[in-house]
Design a protein around this ligand. Structure first.
Ligand code: SAM
Ligand code: SF4
Length: 331
């Protein structure tokens, strides 16, 4: 079987697929309060097209998929799409990233479908601050989801974007949250992907600063071994049940082991979070591409995967400033 391998010998096994660019929240670091450009519905990949792309990629060695967005549960019939995907026996893992505001009623179905991991984004444990960050009053529902997920058979990870001057005072609260809970919390460096610069991003709260703060608060922090391609470096406070991780999303020290590609909700193929998109697969499919055409295309475009996110950023031609929203890229 031909496998997707780039020019640096990295094998691509992981697809992040954005199922929509729409969202029910308006997180300050991701979207402007008003006036975000959303695309016409017919520009979005259909579920059938997404299923086909996934099936072809799985025949080229992709065995793990993350569904994201926008907010995946905003798209009608998303749970039915998950069911379709779960029939693909070449996929070992189906994971979801969600803001959790719409999913409490679906958790039993997610368990039945054997979804592996749910990454729940929750940037504050304070209802007021959560509302300030997301510009929506949904903390109680998100927290209810968190508690239901914790009781479920699904693996739960919490995503926290570390926002200078906003929630850095809660970093230790989040680490303490893992004391008696079997949960992984992951601190993400804030990136400038915020849909036309609502927040001025300073990279002051980078990986090192976050880790230094945590280390200075506990007598023993143990590094955990993780998969080579993991996006986070993971640790545990000695004696704590859960763990914490830090994702150097902006300082990009993890690119050497990258095994990921992304496809946006409109079918734009991205080799790297920081590139501006390599090829529109939706248009290729709609012009009648066969499965073989798709395979040839994928095998050739992964060869263009840049060595790291800095090279990808430097190669951008159209949008030199990386200011598109993560909701369009698929975080
Ligand atoms: N709506 C879902 C959610 O919030 O989990 C999925 C899509 S969201 C774009 C995926 C992840 O990207 C979330 O954890 C979110 O916090 C993160 N994200 C969005 N904008 C970001 C930014 N500018 N810097 C760092 N992470 C960001
Ligand atoms: Fe929506 Fe997720 Fe972006 Fe927040 S981070 S606005 S929940 S897509």
């Amino acid at each position: 079987m031909a496998l997707l391998t780039d020019n640096f010998g990295r094998q691509i096994t992981y697809l992040r697929l954005a199922v929509t660019d729409r969202c029910n929240l308006r997180c300050q670091y991701c979207m402007p309060a008003r006036g975000i450009d959303i695309v016409d519905r017919k520009e979005l990949l259909t579920y059938k097209e997404m299923y086909r792309i996934t099936r072809v990629l799985s025949e080229l060695g992709v065995n793990k998929i993350r569904l994201t967005g926008g907010e995946p549960f905003v798209r009608k019939n998303f749970v039915d799409f998950l069911e379709m995907l779960s029939f693909n026996d070449k996929l070992d893992e189906i994971n979801i990233t969600t803001n959790g505001a719409l999913i409490s009623k679906h958790i039993a179905t997610l368990e039945k479908l054997k979804i592996n991991t749910v990454n729940l984004s929750i940037d504050s444990l304070s209802k007021e601050k959560f509302a300030e960050i997301t510009r929506r009053d949904v903390f109680d529902e998100v927290y209810k989801t968190l508690e239901l997920l914790e009781k479920s058979s699904l693996t739960l990870k919490l995503n926290i974007v570390v926002q200078s001057g906003i929630n850095t005072d809660e970093i230790i609260d989040f680490v303490n949250f893992t004391k008696n809970r079997d949960i992984a919390v992951r601190f993400i460096e804030e990136m400038p992907f915020n849909g036309v610069g609502q927040r001025k991003t300073t990279t002051v709260w980078d990986y090192t600063k976050i880790l230094d703060l945590i280390q200075s608060n506990y007598s023993e922090i143990k590094p955990l071994s993780s998969e080579k391609s993991s996006t986070s470096r993971n640790f545990k406070v000695a004696g704590y049940r859960g763990s914490f991780g830090i994702i150097p999303a902006f300082t990009r020290t993890i690119c050497g082991d990258c095994n990921r590609i992304r496809i946006t909700a409109t079918g734009l193929f991205k080799n790297c979070l920081f590139d501006e998109g390599v090829f529109n697969i939706r248009d290729f499919i709609r012009k009648g591409a066969s499965d073989d055409d798709l395979k040839k295309l994928f095998l050739s475009i992964v060869k263009e995967k840049p060595e790291n996110g800095f090279v990808a950023e430097a190669n951008r031609k159209k949008n030199n400033n990386i200011s598109e929203s993560m909701s369009t890229i698929g975080g």
